[in-house]
Design a protein around this ligand. Structure first.
Ligand SMILES: [Zn+2]
Length: 234
């Protein structure tokens, strides 16, 4: 089974500083986002899934967040049985996305606390986590789980290192539990984060790690397409 753990906003510098061994796996590094105008979540995940830079196409959309690739455009089409849990550009739950955006507005309007905000994010995280581990126990050829807590919580708390460390530890535990089920295991983020006071903004590179000794020199998000598609059992 090929397993992809997609972690929005996972920052290379924090992974390195915290030294979480499961996130780092055998090989890890940063991704090259230099051909993108900006590190936009929807653009980078869609480009990763399709092996093509989707920036122009997505920016031409009226509502970027509603963009969806067809299965045939993604590496999932190269496998018999796949599941992609909550993946932006493909299967993301828009209801939750809208709820999180509203919660951020409510926080800045002082209607809710940062703890209320975090709770909304964690409840969703736990649902995704459960579905992800259920899927690993089934007969899929490829499973991708997408986890957004590092990014969504990071936007309000990336500068609060003690809190971020708890979230990175949670992600490290998820990868640890996943490792025994996976043939190839890719951990990938769209972009990292940088602290702006207590808040966080997107950094201009992503993160990747693999459970194999494969040399990758600062790959672009699109470069993983062949690596994944070549694991096809068709
Ligand atoms: Zn993102």
């Amino acid at each position: 089974m090929v397993v992809i753990v997609g972690i929005d906003g996972l920052e290379y510098d924090y992974v390195k500083e915290f030294q979480f061994p499961n996130l780092m796996q055998k090989n890890y590094g940063i991704t090259d986002l230099s051909e993108f105008e900006e590190p936009r979540t929807m653009v980078i995940w869609s480009s990763f899934l399709s092996g093509k830079n989707q920036e122009k196409r997505i920016l031409a959309e009226k509502e970027m967040w509603k963009f969806r690739l067809g299965t045939e455009e993604t590496f999932f089409s190269r496998f018999n049985k796949h599941i992609a849990i909550d993946v932006p550009g493909y299967t993301q739950d828009m209801e939750q996305h809208n709820k999180e955006r509203q919660a951020m507005k409510d926080f800045f309007a002082k209607k809710i606390t940062v703890e209320d905000y975090d709770k909304i994010v964690f409840e969703h995280h736990n649902k995704i986590k459960q579905k992800f581990f259920e899927s690993l126990g089934q007969d899929y050829d490829i499973v991708m789980g997408y986890f957004n807590a590092a990014d969504v919580i990071g936007h309000l708390s990336f500068g609060v290192k003690s809190k971020m460390k708890i979230i990175y530890k949670e992600m490290d535990d998820i990868v640890k539990r996943t490792a025994e089920k996976a043939g190839m295991l890719l951990v990938i983020s769209d972009h990292g984060m940088k602290a702006i006071g207590r808040f966080g903004d997107h950094s201009t590179y992503g993160f990747w790690s693999l459970n194999k000794e494969i040399k990758l020199e600062k790959p672009k998000p699109m470069d993983f397409y062949d690596l994944i598609a070549n694991k096809t059992n068709r």
